[in-house]
Design a protein around this ligand. Structure first.
Ligand SMILES: *Cc1c(COP(=O)(O)O)cnc(C)c1O
Length: 388
């Protein structure tokens, strides 16, 4: 088999950690009971595993176990939070505030609500990708029911000031939801300290399995009401019906437990790798960093490259590294990323952008290889285009 490219796309997904897989396996075969089966030991085993996982996840964000609602991932959690609040607080108001750089799993539910008659304010971001708190302050209205601002951006890695936003929402008596899909296990998250009312989580960005996530729903001060978006057996306190996916839930908790235990040391290691990559490749002319230089998650590097075609660059990089384009290719049919566009980058300026997502299994040697190949690819593309 040919050598596979170095995986540097950890914002898209991560491999399941082998310790996570080991924790999951018995729940597929031996301990397969339905956690809702109350009449026999198979059910009790499932229930006990789910209970323990709930405790681990709650502790990770300073919540209580009853405040964790399991979902299929962050997309579903975002939908449940946004549509669930919109429906439940309809009498109070129909205005929602969010951010231009949110994941589509936040923007699309908002657009859907807009089509039903809700009013959505989509705040722009500053050139560095961070929210302007003065603009947020001015966006509040008497009929605002929800503010949804993400913890960590999935393209440019920037961190939003959650505690400041939480304090503002608290003062205005407006609920605060954050999509923390890229934050859990990577940055400190504290729903009390940051005054967060709803938080979306997912396992597969943090070395857990795909298809499992959770929504934190505050139960006290205030008790958040949610209209369920999926009706059935009344699981998860009626907020999300459906048989609980015990193996995935066990894996999710194990993944978060591991990530938090090594969060500080791993962040240090990833920052070093990221900074080294940036030092190397920024020796090239015309390389721009996208997003705030320091208020960003450890493994993220998102850059724009002048003077090369985006599609050609990605093609040239492909044999050696698996990265994502932040898009904004000059090739006609590739739409620019809404995140980079929100930073104020021109749509037609011929640049290419690349998102590097460095993770747990990347090594120092890999970063050297990646930097060298990146530099030679950009140089040769620029040489070719100057010959045309
Ligand atoms: C990956 C991601 C999602 C979607 O999560 P799924 O669990 O794959 O549904 C939502 N928001 C952000 C910020 C993400 O990075």
């Amino acid at each position: 088999m040919p050598v596979r490219p170095i995986y540097l796309d950890c914002h898209a997904t991560t491999p399941v950690d082998k310790q996570v897989l080991a924790a999951m396996l018995p729940y597929f075969t031996e301990h397969f009971g339905n956690p809702s089966s109350i009449n026999h030991v198979y059910g009790w085993e499932g229930e006990a595993a789910v209970k323990q996982a709930r405790e681990v996840l709650a502790a990770a964000i300073n919540a209580t176990p009853e405040e964790i609602v399991f979902t299929s991932g962050a997309t579903e959690a975002n939908n449940l939070a946004i549509k669930g609040v919109a429906e439940a607080y309809f009498q109070k108001g129909q205005h929602i505030i969010t951010l231009a750089t949110e994941h589509n799993a936040v923007l699309d539910p908002c657009k859907y609500l807009q089509s039903l008659g809700f009013e959505i304010t989509i705040l722009p971001v500053q050139g560095d990708g961070i929210i302007d708190l003065n603009q947020l302050e001015q966006a509040f209205r008497d009929d605002t029911v929800l503010v949804s601002v993400m913890a960590v951006n999935n393209e440019i890695g920037v961190l939003q000031p959650l505690a400041e936003i939480g304090a503002m929402c608290q003062e205005k008596n407006v609920l605060f939801h954050t999509d923390a899909a890229q934050g859990i296990g990577k940055i400190p998250l504290d729903v009390q300290g940051m005054q967060i009312d709803l938080m979306s989580l997912t396992a597969h960005k943090v070395y857990g399995p795909k298809g499992i996530g959770a929504l934190y729903v505050r139960r006290r001060n205030p008790r958040v009401r949610l209209a369920p978006q999926q009706h059935g057996g009344g699981h998860e306190r009626g907020m999300r019906s459906g048989t609980l996916a015990t193996p995935q839930i066990v894996g999710f908790a194990k993944a978060v437990e591991i990530a938090i235990a090594q969060q500080d040391t791993e962040n240090q290691r990833l920052s070093q790798l990221r900074d080294k990559l940036w030092m190397e490749i920024s020796q090239l002319e015309g390389i721009h960093l996208n997003g705030h230089p320091s208020l960003r998650v450890a493994g993220n590097l998102n850059i724009s490259v002048e003077g090369v075609d985006g599609a050609a660059l990605l093609l040239g990089l492909q044999p050696v590294m698996a990265v994502s384009s932040g898009s904004a290719c000059s090739s006609a049919n590739t739409a620019p990323s809404h995140v980079l566009t929100a930073l104020g980058q021109s749509r037609d300026f011929a640049y290419a952008s690349v998102r590097f997502g460095i993770g747990r299994f990347n090594t120092d040697e890999e970063i050297d290889q990646v930097a060298a190949h990146f530099i030679s690819t950009v140089r040769s593309l620029r040489k070719q285009s100057s010959l045309v």
